[in-house]
Write a protein that binds this ligand. Structure first.
Ligand code: C2E
Ligand code: CA
Ligand code: CA
Ligand code: CA
Length: 277
């Protein structure tokens, strides 16, 4: 009786099967990505407006799977989180970023911070701050130069528990940043109790600075708030000169975006950082 519906069902079901197969194949390959040496970090230089120098970088994970080709972090990070693989991948990222920072410092590059993204699963995993401490000890990186980027969604869990982890990380001497600031639901009253060093203004606000007075107002408000809480503030996703000028004018501390540089493989990032002075 329902012939049309039947067809639709078939179409739907084929689609679901494809999705499930893709997921399964991603998962199988992701499990072996570290041992197969398929992961790499790219580094996006960050401009300090006051000094006019690129002295920070953000490490961004890349996966070039032998079987599946290049997969975007937007696709594999959520899967890595759901499956728990993010714990071992996150550890690899942290170690690799610290090793790279030490290598650049030894070559005379004046790095002020190596920013590393941390998933909430990783952050809430028991012993995370101990792991960070041991990687710092192992790589001999000055803790002051390591900055962990946490998303607002990480900070909405139980306040007491979060504070304990943040304080133990803060006690190591490392820096803590809130990524994609303005897109989550963290309450400001809570934020002021946390040892946070930096707010990163989400690129969705930066993108529309020129068009909407509203977004410009949000950006200005975040900069003022960071200022009053004695935090640093970085704008990300800066793609146009107009956006850069606006942010400079509003005294945003640091700028990151395609206008200045895309994330670069380590060798290219090294040349970029060396060539600027
Ligand atoms: P994110 O931490 O917010 O990183 C910024 C993203 O914006 C990066 O995408 C970067 O390449 C991109 N981007 C930088 N400048 C511009 C710009 O001017 N315009 C536009 N349109 N985009 C720009 P990417 O590398 O694809 O990473 C996506 C997300 O995946 C990251 O967002 C982060 O949430 C996650 N991610 C990446 N690496 C890691 C990692 O090592 N660990 C964890 N847990 N998450 C990671
Ligand atoms: Ca980030
Ligand atoms: Ca971000
Ligand atoms: Ca993001």
């Amino acid at each position: 009786a329902k012939r049309g519906g039947g067809n639709r069902y078939q179409y739907f079901s084929t689609n679901m099967t494809e999705l499930a197969l893709r997921r399964l194949s991603l998962e199988n390959n992701l499990h072996r990505a570290i041992e197969r040496n398929e992961l790499a970090l790219h580094y996006q230089p960050i401009l300090n407006i006051k000094t006019g120098k690129f002295s920070g970088v953000e490490a961004l994970l890349r996966w070039n799977s032998e079987e599946l080709g290049c997969i975007s972090p937007a696709e594999f990070i959520p899967l890595a989180e759901e499956t728990g693989i993010i714990i071992s991948i996150g550890e690899w990222v942290l170690r690799q970023a610290c090793i790279q920072a030490v290598s650049w410092l030894k070559q005379g590059i004046s790095l002020t911070h190596m920013a590393v993204n941390v998933s909430s699963i990783q952050f809430l995993n028991k012993g995370f701050s101990t792991l960070v401490a041991s990687i710092l000890a192992e790589t001999q990186l000055n803790p002051q130069l390591l900055e962990l980027e946490l998303t607002e969604s990480t900070l909405i869990f139980d306040e007491g528990a979060i504070l304990i982890i943040l304080q133990s990380l803060n006690a190591l001497g490392i820096k803590l940043a809130i990524d994609d600031f303005g897109t989550g639901y963290s309450s400001l009253s809570r934020l002021k109790n946390f040892p946070i060093n930096r707010l990163k203004i989400d690129q969705s606000f930066v993108r529309d600075i020129e068009e909407g007075a509203e977004n410009a107002a949000i950006v200005v408000a975040i900069i003022a708030m960071a200022e009053s809480m004695k935090m640093n503030v970085t704008a990300e996703g800066v793609e146009t000169a107009a956006q850069l000028n606006f942010l400079k004018d509003k005294r945003c501390h640091e700028i990151q975006g395609y206008l200045l540089s895309r994330p670069l493989p380590a060798t290219k990032a090294e040349i970029f950082l060396k060539n600027q002075s």
